[in-house]
Ligand binder design. Structure first.
Ligand SMILES: *Cc1c(COP(=O)(O)O)cnc(C)c1O
Length: 376
């Protein structure tokens, strides 16, 4: 590959912080864990933060803390990373999918109401690609029906809507720190809430069901080992301290793409909607409606052959075979999600991607478009 889809941005400060932990006796459950949690809670503006070993674990523990389990339904989007839906399934509950708004690509607030049943226990929306558009309306619907929102903010650290930070919309919210996210801990996740009881349950669940201040071998509930080590937390503390720099670098890369690709009628290029402060996670362009999935896949293939790593974020979750089979989903169930999914191209996107590299990517994309006209 000449140009990668994603690259972490690790400076000497991160390396120093990790090395310091390695020279200390506290590799796990040491001082870096509460330090990372406190810094994160402060940055988001939530009372409690609970660090865990992945974003998926964070989502799953939210389900358990909310008491969601067998026989319950959680309303969510099919246009997301699979962990959004599987976290619901891990808890034994059923994901009920609602199609997306074609503008925001987030769950359509209007569709949520029709999907609510007696069994609905929560709504799990996602700020897809970092974009919080529509979250005010989603929360309005939730409030009207007295349903809690669990916010999958795993793609949107640093985004805000009308001045309100992502991660503060839900009764609980989750973040993720895989190396392609805005900040990384290698692997890691975070749960945010203002509710002390929910935070305590999550803290217990991530640590073998141990109670607050209880003995090491005293276990109050069925728990897990979803702890995040101090090595990871030290990395996260430095990464989080750089969030404004990281946001600015990513915005710059997004602007390079927007400038070069502007006006090309074959493409829908992402931009920030009114009221949205987007912390860019990925840069996903869409082919115009007239393009088929086959044409899109040819374009992906052509770009890969040119040494440019691209992806098809996201393949609809309801059509993943094990989910389709279990819940009886089929093609045509969520037409907007399916239509959008067939035409997306995630372009290389990371902090230190240079302007001339963006130009190379755009040249390759245009070349591939020239050679793959939409079917007449
Ligand atoms: C990254 C991500 C997650 C969690 O991912 P992990 O790899 O488990 O940290 C969850 N939901 C969405 C939408 C994501 O993008």
């Amino acid at each position: 590959m000449r140009i990668y889809l994603s690259r972490p941005d690790i400076t000497d400060a991160e390396i120093q912080a990790v090395t310091d932990v390695l020279r200390s006796p506290n590799l796990s459950l040491g001082p870096k864990l509460p330090e990372f949690e406190a810094a994160f809670a402060e940055y988001i503006g939530a009372n409690y933060a609970v660090a865990v070993n992945s974003g998926t674990s964070a989502l799953f523990l939210c389900m358990l803390a909310m008491g969601i389990g067998a026989g319950d339904e959680v309303i969510t989007t099919p246009f997301t990373f699979v962990a959004t839906a599987t976290s619901i399934m891990m808890a034994g509950a059923k994901p009920v999918f609602v199609d997306i708004d074609p503008e925001t690509l987030n769950i359509d607030p209007a569709g949520i109401e029709a999907a609510i049943t007696e069994k609905t226990k929560a709504i799990l929306p996602v700020e897809i690609f970092g974009n919080p558009a529509g979250f005010d309306k989603i929360c309005q619907v939730a409030r009207k029906h007295n349903l809690p929102v669990i916010e999958d903010s795993c793609e949107a650290l640093g985004s805000a809507l009308n001045g309100k930070k992502v991660g503060t919309f839900g009764a609980m919210s989750t973040f993720a720190f895989y190396p392609n996210k805005q900040i990384t801990t290698g692997e890691g996740g975070m749960i945010l809430t203002n509710d002390e009881n929910l935070a305590d349950i999550c803290t217990s669940l991530r640590n073998q069901g141990r109670g607050k201040g209880g003995a090491w071998l005293s276990h109050e509930r069925l728990g897990y080992n979803y702890r995040l080590s101090d090595i990871n937390c030290a990395l996260g503390i430095v990464q989080l301290s750089r969030i404004e720099e990281i946001k600015a670098k990513r915005r710059q890369v997004a602007q390079y793409y927007q400038q070069i690709l502007a006006g090309d009628e074959r493409l829908i290029v992402p931009s920030e909607a009114e009221g949205c402060d987007v912390s860019w996670f990925v840069f996903v362009v869409r082919l115009a409606e007239k393009y088929s999935r086959q044409r899109r896949d040819n374009i992906l293939q052509t770009m890969r052959e040119a040494g440019i790593q691209v992806s098809n974020y996201f393949s609809p979750v309801h059509l993943q075979p094990f989910i389709a089979e279990r819940f009886g989903c089929s093609e045509g169930d969520f037409p907007i999600t399916e239509s959008v999914s067939e035409r997306t191209i995630a372009l290389p996107f990371y902090n230190n991607l240079k302007e001339d590299e963006v130009a190379i990517v755009c040249d390759a994309l245009r070349g591939a478009l020239d050679n793959n006209p939409p079917a007449a």
